[in-house]
Design a protein around this ligand. Structure first.
Ligand SMILES: [Zn+2]
Length: 284
C-alpha cells in the first residue's frame, strides 16, 4: 500500500516537474511546492468571528509570557547571593553569582511544550480576528509579531509544541475548516494563485501546507519557518506528490531559529566584571 503510493507519488512528481518546466534540482532531495497544477482549486477562507480588543490583547500577552522561562523570567540567568568570609572585622562581603538557569538551559525560554502548545493554539484562533481598521489593531499586531518572532526563536520548543499538528498534517488528517494549525517546515517561493499568492511550506518529504495572505509575514527568503493559521480545507482537483495540502488563512510565518544561550553569555560577562568588581552588599 505504502510502496504503491510511493510509486504513484514518484510518477506524479516527475510529471509535475515536466509540467512546470523545471527539471533542475531533481536530485536535491525533497523540495518545496513551486507551482499549483492546472485546475487546482483553493478552498474559501474560513470566516472569523470578530473579537473584543481586550480579549485579543490578553491572548497576545499570554503568548508573550508563556514562552518565557518561569524560573528566570526569560533572562536565562540564575542570580544568587553568596556571602564571603573576609577574615577581617568588616561586614561580610556579599557577591552576586550569575549562573545559567538550569530550567531553560540558559535560553530564557520555557521548554515545556504542554504549557505553551494550548496557548499558541488559542492565540492562532484569534490572530486575524481584530478588524483591520479598528483603533489599536496596528499596535496589537506589532505585539503579536514580537511574540511570534520570539516563539520562532525557540527552535526546539517550537518543533515540540507543533508535533501534534505536524503528525496530523503528514497523516493527511488535518484541514477541517476552522481548525487552528501550527507547524514548522521549509519555506518556498510565493506561488501566484487567483486573487493573490500563497507561501508554500514543506512540512515533511511529501507533505506541505500553503499559507494565504498572512496577517503577520516575517518569512525569510528561504530556510526553516514556524507557520500557523486557520485551516480553510485542502487544495482540490490535484494529484501530485504532496498529497492533501491544507491551505491556512488568517495566519503567520516567522523564521525558526535555535535559541542563543543568554545564560552562558551573561555568566561570562559577570565573571569578567567580577575580577575587579565591587561586591553588591545591598542585601536585605
Ligand atoms: Zn530560565
Amino acid at each position: 500500500m505504502l510502496a504503491a503510493a510511493a510509486l504513484v507519488a514518484a510518477a506524479l512528481s516527475l510529471a509535475g516537474h515536466a509540467g512546470a518546466g523545471d527539471d533542475k534540482d531533481k536530485d536535491d532531495g525533497p523540495s518545496v511546492p513551486k507551482a499549483l497544477p492546472a485546475g487546482a482549486a483553493l478552498p474559501e477562507p474560513p470566516k472569523l468571528v470578530p473579537v473584543r480588543p481586550d480579549v485579543y490583547a490578553g491572548r497576545v500577552t499570554a503568548l508573550s509570557r508563556i514562552v518565557q522561562c518561569p524560573k528566570c523570567s526569560g533572562d536565562g540567568v540564575k542570580v544568587s547571593r553568596v556571602r564571603e568570609a573576609t577574615g577581617h572585622l568588616q561586614k561580610p562581603k556579599v557577591r552576586e553569582v550569575h549562573e545559567e538557569c538550569a530550567d531553560c538551559r540558559g535560553t530564557g525560554y520555557s521548554l515545556d511544550p504542554d504549557r505553551v502548545a494550548p496557548v499558541l493554539d488559542s492565540f492562532v484562533s484569534l490572530l486575524g480576528a481584530l478588524p483591520a481598521d479598528a483603533p489599536g489593531t496596528a499596535k496589537q499586531l506589532e505585539k503579536a509579531r514580537g511574540a511570534l518572532l520570539r516563539l520562532g526563536g525557540t527552535g526546539e520548543l517550537a518543533e515540540r509544541i507543533t508535533t501534534q499538528d505536524r503528525n496530523e498534517v503528514t497523516a493527511e488528517r488535518a484541514g477541517k475548516p476552522g481548525t487552528p494549525i501550527a507547524v514548522t517546515g521549509i519555506v518556498g517561493k510565493p506561488i501566484p494563485v487567483a486573487g493573490g499568492r500563497v507561501l508554500p511550506v514543506q512540512v515533511e518529504a511529501n507533505s506541505a501546507v500553503l499559507l494565504r495572505a498572512p496577517v503577520i509575514n516575517a518569512a525569510p527568503a528561504e530556510g526553516k519557518v514556524l507557520v500557523g493559521g486557520i485551516a480553510a480545507g485542502a487544495v482540490a482537483n490535484v494529484e501530485w506528490q504532496w498529497g492533501k495540502v491544507v491551505v491556512l488563512d488568517h495566519g503567520f510565518i516567522v523564521p525558526l531559529t535555535e535559541p542563543v544561550n543568554k545564560g552562558a553569555a551573561d555568566a561570562a560577562k559577570s565573571a569578567e566584571q567580577g575580577s575587579g568588581s565591587r561586591p553588591s552588599g545591598s542585601g536585605r
